[in-house]
Structure formats: structure tokens, C-alpha cells
Write a protein that binds this ligand. Structure first.
Ligand code: ATP
Length: 365
């Protein structure tokens, strides 16, 4: 029964990887990755430099051949197909536009190579240019365009081929912060408009959170966790994921039962149900700084986890204040709102900390 369900899932996935690995000499760039990316999904592969995300994308594109495993696109095994025989297109970080060609000619290039009739080329090129809001700039060359405009041309050039899956390798990395934020918004709009699957590689966690339907976090060639942005932030299962997406405190603990851990100071606290680790295992409790309440135990549920400590430092960030609070067994970072009705603490103050049971996640160390 399970096998049938799995093969049906695989068929409905836009991109399906099973045990995909890639070795370059003695370097394991990608290590046995299993992943299904849904039709029309905006999926981000997120991880630090060298984690294997680009190599994974290049294998989907057909630019690298897997050393092991199976790779399907809409149910078809594509492992041995060259890039131009796959229903995918790639947008690279450096755009790779032809500098001597106009916008129109850049966008039309692939269709001309495929000997598509002229009238169809013209219609499709103008559609694609309009989709990326570049109408009116058809005759410009890349050096007459801003970075954001060049990026749009690169997107139009990929979309004009009507791929079923668009692969994007850090497409916004070359843009300055403000433009990047604008383009993030536009990219998401564009994906909704064209309705195809986008697989997006980035090392920028905020970008991944802002854009994606789901995120896969990679490290050292391995895919550690896949989930919606909220799942990845609220319920990481691995310390690396909790640390890479947002900031976190990590409290050493031992799992005593599915819903109770014993902290390193001997205190028992309740935690959301844990499946990824076994009772008796050493774990870490991930506690986001903004989920820790400081002071005013009156508003704490009577059975909530509570600790006391001394403020070591305070850092004012405008909308919030970050306190480092020394306990006698570790230091905890707390982020409190900066508002007139929220008490402000200073170095040396004794404070109480508390949090709701569901504010924490138990992660693999
Ligand atoms: P970045 O964000 O820096 O591009 P990445 O997460 O995309 O990093 P990859 O480019 O996939 O990582 O590289 C994964 C590992 O494989 C790295 O250790 C890298 O040095 C190695 N690697 C990638 N391509 C090759 C190659 N053609 N030959 C040898 N080693 C390679």
C-alpha cells in the first residue's frame, strides 16, 4: 500500500529526487537527497556556501550528471537527458545576457535556435517582455539597463520557452538591498501569474522565508529538513536549521518522554511533542529570543517554564531591545519589544524569564 502511495506522490511531483548524490573526485557535493517539489510550487533550496544547493539545481537542469539516484520531472526519468531536452530553464546569478544583442533579440534567441516560426516568436517574445514589465525597452542593449532590468530580461528569456519548471540560481544576489526587496516581490507575483514551478537557490534566509511556499535547508551536501517557512521557523528539527533560519538560544537537555525534557540545570520543562529523537537522547531546546518573556511573572501561566538571571548587556535596536541574561549555567538572549508600556531593564538588574510550552522546539544537537 505504501509503495503505491509513494509512486503516486512521485508522479504528481513536478520534480522528484530519490537518493540523488554527486561526487566530484573525493568531495561529496550532494549526499543522497530525497525530495519532491510540487507542481506550481515556489520552492527554495537554502543553505550556506558550499552546502550543495547549486549542484542540486544543476542536476535538475541537466548541467551535472548525478553520481547516483533517480531524478524525475513530471514523472519522466530525466537523468540521461541533456538540458535542452528537459522541460526546464535556468536563470543564473550573472544573467548571462548577450551584450551585443537588444532585449528583444536576447529574449528571442532560444526560439530562433529552435526554428520556431517568426510570427510565433514575435508574439511570445512580446508576451514575455510584457510579463516582466519591460515593454518600451525592447531595443536597448544590456549595458543600457540597470541590474534589476537585466534580471527581468534574463527571466523573460527563460519564460519565453514556456518551461514547466524554472530554476533560479541566486538570481537576486547581484542587486542592492532595496532593489532586491522590490524584485523579491515581483518574482513572487510573476510566479503566481505564470503558475509554473519555481526552484530557487539562495543562501539568504530572509529571501527564502519571504518568497517560498516551502524551503529545503541543506548543509554538507545533505537535505536536513523541508517545510513551509512557518514550520521551518517554529518547529526546526535540527540545530543547524534552527540556527540558520532566524536566531535561537540552545539549551542542553535530555529527552525524558515525548513531551518532557530535563534541562542541564536539572529543571524539567514541557515541550511540543517530539518525533525526530528518542527518549533518553541528548537534545537541544531551541528557544527564539523574541519568544522569551522578561519580568512580570504575574502574566505567566502558573506552570510555565521559568528561569531567573542577571542582565549582562542590553542592545537597543529601535523596535526592540536585546538583553543578554546570565543564568548560573548559561546565557540567554531575550528580545523584548521597545514600547512605552514595556519595562526597560539595564545591566545588573535581576530578572525573571518565562515562556509558553509551545515557544520551544526540540532539535537534534
Ligand atoms: P555557493 O552558494 O557558494 O554556490 P553551494 O551551496 O551552491 O555554494 P555547490 O556549488 O553545490 O555549493 O558546491 C558543493 C561542493 O561541491 C563544494 O564543496 C564545492 O567546492 C564542490 N564543487 C562544486 N562544483 C564542483 C566541481 N565542478 N568540481 C569540484 N568540486 C565542485
Amino acid at each position: 500500500m505504501n509503495e503505491i502511495t509513494e509512486s503516486q506522490d512521485q508522479r504528481s511531483a513536478a520534480v522528484s529526487l530519490r537518493g540523488i548524490s554527486k561526487l566530484f573526485d573525493d568531495v561529496t557535493a550532494v549526499d543522497s537527497v530525497d525530495l519532491d517539489i510540487g507542481d506550481s510550487e515556489f520552492f527554495a533550496l537554502l543553505g550556506p556556501s558550499g552546502c550543495g544547493k547549486t549542484t542540486t539545481l544543476r542536476m535538475i537542469a541537466g548541467l551535472e550528471i548525478p553520481s547516483a539516484g533517480s531524478l524525475q520531472i513530471f514523472g519522466e526519468e530525466v537523468g540521461s537527458l541533456p538540458p535542452n531536452k528537459r522541460p526546464v530553464n535556468t536563470v543564473f546569478q550573472n544573467y548571462a545576457l548577450f551584450p551585443h544583442m537588444s532585449v528583444v533579440d536576447n529574449v528571442a534567441f532560444g526560439l530562433k535556435m529552435r526554428k520556431i516560426p517568426k510570427s510565433e516568436i514575435s508574439t511570445r517574445v512580446h508576451e514575455a517582455i510584457s510579463l516582466v514589465r519591460m515593454t518600451g525597452m525592447e531595443d536597448r542593449r544590456p549595458n543600457q539597463l540597470s541590474g534589476g532590468q537585466q534580471q527581468r530580461v534574463a527571466l523573460a528569456r527563460a519564460l519565453v520557452n514556456r518551461p514547466k519548471v524554472l530554476l533560479l540560481d541566486e538570481p537576486l544576489a547581484a542587486l542592492d538591498l532595496k532593489l532586491r526587496q522590490e524584485m523579491q516581490f515581483e518574482l513572487k507575483q510573476l510566479q503566481r501569474e505564470v503558475g509554473i514551478t519555481f526552484v530557487f537557490v539562495t543562501h539568504d534566509q530572509e529571501e527564502a522565508l519571504a518568497l517560498s511556499d516551502r524551503i529545503g535547508v541543506m548543509n554538507d551536501g545533505r537535505l536536513l529538513q523541508v517545510g513551509t517557512p512557518e514550520e521551518m521557523y517554529d518547529a526546526p528539527i535540527d540545530r543547524f536549521v534552527a540556527d540558520f533560519i532566524g536566531r535561537s538560544n540552545f539549551l542542553k537537555a535530555t529527552l525524558e518522554s515525548a513531551e518532557v525534557v530535563c534541562l542541564a540545570n536539572g529543571q524539567r520543562i514541557r515541550v511540543p511533542q517530539v518525533d525526530a529523537v528518542s527518549v533518553g537522547d541528548e537534545v537541544q531546546v531551541s528557544l527564539r529570543p523574541e519568544r522569551v518573556m522578561i519580568g512580570d511573572l504575574d502574566s505567566a501561566p502558573h506552570d510555565s517554564a521559568q528561569l531567573s538571571g542577571t542582565v549582562e548587556t542590553e542592545t537597543f535596536l529601535g523596535n526592540s531591545v536585546v538583553y543578554r541574561v546570565a543564568l548560573d549555567w548559561m546565557t540567554i538572549e531575550v528580545e523584548a519589544d521597545h514600547r512605552p508600556d514595556v519595562e526597560r531593564y539595564h545591566a545588573g538588574d535581576r530578572v525573571d524569564l518565562w515562556w509558553r510550552d509551545d515557544a520551544v522546539a526540540v532539535v537534534r544537537p
